[in-house]
Design a protein around this ligand. Sequence first.
Ligand code: 13P
Ligand code: SF4
Length: 377
Amino acid sequence: MHESSTRIVEFERQLAGVACTARAWARVPDAPGLEERRELKERIRRLLAERSAVLLAHYYVEPDIQDLAEETGGCVADSLEMARFGRAQEAPTLVVAGVRFMGETAKILNPEKRVLMPDLDATCSLDLGCPAEEFSAFCDRHPERTVVVYANTSAAVKARADWVVTSAIALDVARHLHERGEKILWAPDRHLGAYVQNRTGADMLLWRGACVVHEEFKALELEALKKEHPRAKVLVHPESPADVIKLADAVGSTTQIIKAAQALDADEFIIATDNGMLHKLRMLMPEKRFIEAPTAGAGASCKSCAHCPWMAMNGLANLAETLDTGANEIQIDPEIGRRAYRPIDRMLAFAERRNVSVRASGDLARDGGLFGGVGPA
Ligand code: 13P
Ligand code: SF4
């Protein structure tokens, strides 16, 4: 059994229409030593092959896991591409290194496959902040609105939705619905919701959830950092607050942030998203400099310090363990799964029709422009 430490995380949730503070925990495994790390990586490579399993990793999980996913024919990607890639695999087992909603999405899209995760308790403050029953009551009060939910939600919340979106495609979907004269009920991330509302002019009623990582980026400190690095471009994930987004040169999903760094004419970037991203950015562009955006003012302490406590629950040891034993399998009530499938499938079909590019290594010229669904603040 590997050592781990438990972190308590405060997050915002909506209760009877009012935002209040709640607490959750995250069990973060201790980092293995050098030799153990080498052995674990070897064991994971062997087990992936023996079990005919494919590893899907998010950019926020630890670098070793991202590298293993790529070198073994899996993927490291944003949440839209993780869903698309997972569905395209023939392998009978998918191992999702990320947070629970990512594993659930993989299972909903592939009910016949076995979907494993290193730790099933790896949650997300947006998911926690949007309980299915309260959300369903909220939808019942606004039957005239099209329900659009962010992928960072439980299967039961998705089952209540007309559309699921990720940050890579939220603008395109909202614009499409707005053009059709539809009013939107949006959940759970209020910052992403406000950004989409602002950019598209859509009529959107927002749930009041937030991400514990992105909400901590601070505009004043970012302005000061920009002054120290006047040539740096600022790349921001849209789960960040509006005053931070305002300072961005490009706003987009994790993959779109990589694309922006590849495409923009600059050699220095300030990155306002989880610092797990820096690994991939530095691997792809060793000649460029990436600086973390500030998460706390002078004298203050940060809560997440730009790293998601639940993404940090994915370690080499629990990844090897789940592959070995088959423990930590995602189970979803089949009826909820069937209902949640429709809005996710609708998003993937829409992404395909719109050619929203989802791979960071994609060819920008072929993808038809700089960013799909991403843009300046
Ligand atoms: P992406 O879809 O941009 O990867 O974002 C997922 C997420 O959880 C960001 O906090
Ligand atoms: Fe959720 Fe934020 Fe963690 Fe992403 S970074 S999984 S939105 S808590």
